[in-house]
Design a protein around this ligand. Structure first.
Ligand SMILES: C[S@@+](CC[C@H](N)C(=O)[O-])C[C@H]1O[C@@H](n2cnc3c(N)ncnc32)[C@H](O)[C@@H]1O
Length: 247
């Protein structure tokens, strides 16, 4: 997958590309990143990319011309949808990540200041994506959030492809609990079923936990799912066991 990022702070990505899954994806050739800095498309000595808003008011606005040129250059390098990371966009969810992961290329625009001259959005942007209902000072971290989520779907990047399938939200449920050594930590023992070696029982336990904790932590996710007979049975069992523990 090729991704071009339009940003005035490309150095913010320096450590992001050197660590973890992003690095692995880059080294495996599954991910290629390009950067376009709007400042490189200015002609004045100050390399100015922002100006005061028409109509007055606080802050500065990113100017259309350097942005349009930077986006144009990014599009020449990478063919694909142009996405503006914006608090006004559709909130990012796993389903959209999965869909976008099948694209060959994306151009991501990271805004700064009060945002971007609206005419750039009208002319150049295919989609706006928000990472949540709060406002950051720039789109660089949201771009990294999106890229890191995408990278998990690229072939050969995660050590184990099944990780993605059991991740929270992949099947509409939260992930089940995980344990690793030691078997006893303080007074807490790893659930015995996980030590049993009985694959079918482990599968059912994990499914039960995923259903139960989704019902407890994010009940609205469960409401959107059509559960199988087995899942309904396991959810009932989880709830009965929780009631017994609480009483
Ligand atoms: C200070 S914000 C501008 C906010 C804008 N005035 C508004 O209220 O809609 C500057 C930039 O940060 C990015 N940004 C801030 N919060 C974001 C979020 N929740 N999701 C995605 N991008 C965000 C956008 O690229 C935006 O152009």
């Amino acid at each position: 997958m090729q991704i071009a990022i339009v940003t005035i702070f490309p150095q913010m990505f320096d450590s992001f590309v050197c660590e973890g899954m992003t690095r692995r994806a880059l080294e495996a050739g599954q991910l290629q990143l390009e950067f376009r800095n709007p400042r490189d498309f200015t002609e004045d000595n100050h390399r100015q990319v922002d100006d005061r808003p028409y109509g007055g008011g606080p802050g500065m606005v990113m100017m259309a011309e350097p942005l349009n040129q930077a986006i144009g250059s990014a599009r020449e390098a990478v063919r694909g949808r142009v996405i503006y990371l914006s608090p006004q966009g559709r909130r990012l969810e796993q389903k959209r990540v999965r869909e976008l992961a099948s694209e060959a290329g994306l151009v991501l625009l990271a805004g700064r200041y009060e945002g971007v001259d609206e005419r750039v959005l009208e002319a150049e942007i295919d989609e706006e994506i928000s990472i949540g209902d709060y406002v950051l000072s720039g789109g660089e971290l949201p771009a990294m959030v999106l890229i890191e989520a995408l990278v998990r779907y690229l072939p050969g990047v995660l050590g184990n492809e099944d990780s993605v399938k059991s991740d929270s939200f992949s099947a509409g449920l939260l992930d089940w609990p995980h344990y690793t050594r030691p078997e006893v930590y303080g007074e807490h023992q790893v659930p015995s079923v996980l030590l049993s070696g009985h694959h079918e029982e482990i599968r059912r336990w994990r499914m039960k936990q995923a259903l139960g904790r989704t019902g407890q932590k994010r009940p609205e996710l469960l409401r959107d799912l059509e559960l199988t007979d087995e899942q309904r049975e396991l959810l009932d069992l989880y709830r009965r066991e929780s009631d017994v523990q609480e009483s």
